[in-house]
Design a protein around this ligand. Structure first.
Ligand SMILES: Nc1ncnc2c1ncn2[C@@H]1O[C@H](COP(=O)(O)OP(=O)(O)O)[C@@H](O)[C@H]1O
Ligand SMILES: [Mg+2]
Length: 367
């Protein structure tokens, strides 16, 4: 049986679930099946708590968590094979991003840490697994993020300047400009603060459809205070995560006079203002913005963004033939394929690395 497919796995900063996409590359990239498998509630809560600020963990707990997350990733891959009726032998490799638990690309010993033991994935799926995609870039002086701009450039470049906008826990943009280098960076929070605030005040894992934010009013003073964080004005390369944008960060800037619902509306405005501002600064000539990631399911967020990026048009990547929920998962299938071919996966102009690097380590399938 010829192994002509690749399978990508990722859980992003939202830790809402593991996205799995089965990808065919010939004659052109096509997602032939996809599935999202939620983490068990307790595991998700642990991961989110761990990813925030300076949470500590005992070494034994770290070891077991790494294996438990790896088992969830393996289950997600197996569920996708079952759903699509594809045999493991048809899959050349899995590309597993893992779960980021800490991202500190600056400092004396910069690092980024993804867990989800790839040996467990290879053993349980019997598919060669590529993982640890970010650290080679960090070792080469880069941010290790974002990694998807290379895929966006390969798939989505057009005749005019385009922006690809990923609305995950964090928002990142890729600027595709004809005849010029690809640019890309994290603009700041997309959903992570909206999720955390909804959980604290509504007891829900997210503000479904943005309904709660819709009923609130933007507090301009709070928005100005949040927007004054130096991350937003910093020049790329730059990347961020929950270590920085979390409820402690928000609490330190809140005053008692803003109601919880108005805070939610203001957080949504923070996302739209920071994304639109980044696009205006980096690509003032952009005419089209293609969104992907879970944020496309929040119509309040999308409507506000549409207004803020005008006259550029806002659509989602389905208009370019790729399901917005699985662009990232497809990207890690693509990076696994690049790894096996010995090709670089990063764009040094995006991450700030010293040069192109082959990304990821290979964990062979059992015989
Ligand atoms: N129906 C929805 N209403 C509101 N927000 C949504 C909805 N669906 C997804 N989201 C948001 O998208 C997030 C997940 O997006 P995703 O692209 O998976 O992010 P990540 O890559 O960080 O995991 C959720 O945490 C949630 O905030
Ligand atoms: Mg997700």
């Amino acid at each position: 049986m010829a192994a002509s497919l690749h399978l990508g796995l990722i859980s992003g900063t939202s830790a809402d679930g593991i996205d799995a996409a089965l990808v065919r590359f010939e004659p052109r990239l096509e997602v032939i099946g996809a599935i999202t498998t939620p983490y068990p509630d307790a595991l998700r809560a642990r991961l989110i708590a761990l990813a925030t600020a300076n949470a500590a963990i005992a070494l034994d707990d770290y070891g077991t968590l790494d294996v438990a997350v790896g088992a969830c990733f393996a289950d997600a891959a197996l569920a996708l094979l079952r759903k699509t009726g594809v045999d493991a032998r048809e899959v050349a490799a899995i590309g597993s991003h893992g779960q980021t638990v800490r991202h500190r690309p600056k400092g004396e010993h910069p690092f980024t840490l993804q867990i989800g033991d790839p040996s467990v994935i290879a053993e349980r799926t019997r598919i060669t697994t590529v993982a640890d995609f970010r650290r080679a870039d960090v070792a080469a002086g880069g941010q290790g993020a974002p990694l998807l701009p290379a895929l966006h450039a390969a798939l989505f470049a057009g005749e005019a300047t385009r922006v690809v906008l990923n609305l995950g826990g964090i928002a990142n943009i890729t600027l595709l400009r004809p005849g010029r280098d690809v640019l890309g960076f994290d603009t700041g929070p997309a959903n992570c603060l909206l999720d955390a605030w909804a959980l604290r005040h509504q007891g829900t894992v997210r503000d479904e459809g943005g309904a709660w934010a819709r009923g609130g009013h933007v507090d301009r003073d709070l928005l100005a205070s949040l927007s004054s964080d130096t991350y937003f004005a910093a020049t790329p390369p730059k990347s961020t995560g929950r270590e920085h944008f979390n409820l402690d960060w928000l609490d330190a800037r809140l005053s008692a006079r803003t109601t919880p619902q108005d805070v939610q509306a203001t957080l949504l405005a923070l996302t739209t203002e920071s994304v639109a501002g980044a696009i205006r600064t980096a690509a003032p000539d952009a005419r089209e913005v293609f969104a992907c990631g879970g944020g496309v399911h929040n119509p309040v967020l999308m409507d506000a963004l549409r207004e803020r990026v005008a006259p550029a048009r806002l659509e989602n990547t389905a208009a370019l033939g790729l399901d917005p929920d699985y662009v990232e998962a497809a990207g890690f299938a693509w990076l696994a394929r690049a790894r096996l071919a010995g090709e670089p996966g990063n764009l040094p102009g995006v991450t700030g690395a010293r040069g192109p690097r082959v990304l990821g380590a290979i964990y062979p399938a059992p015989f």
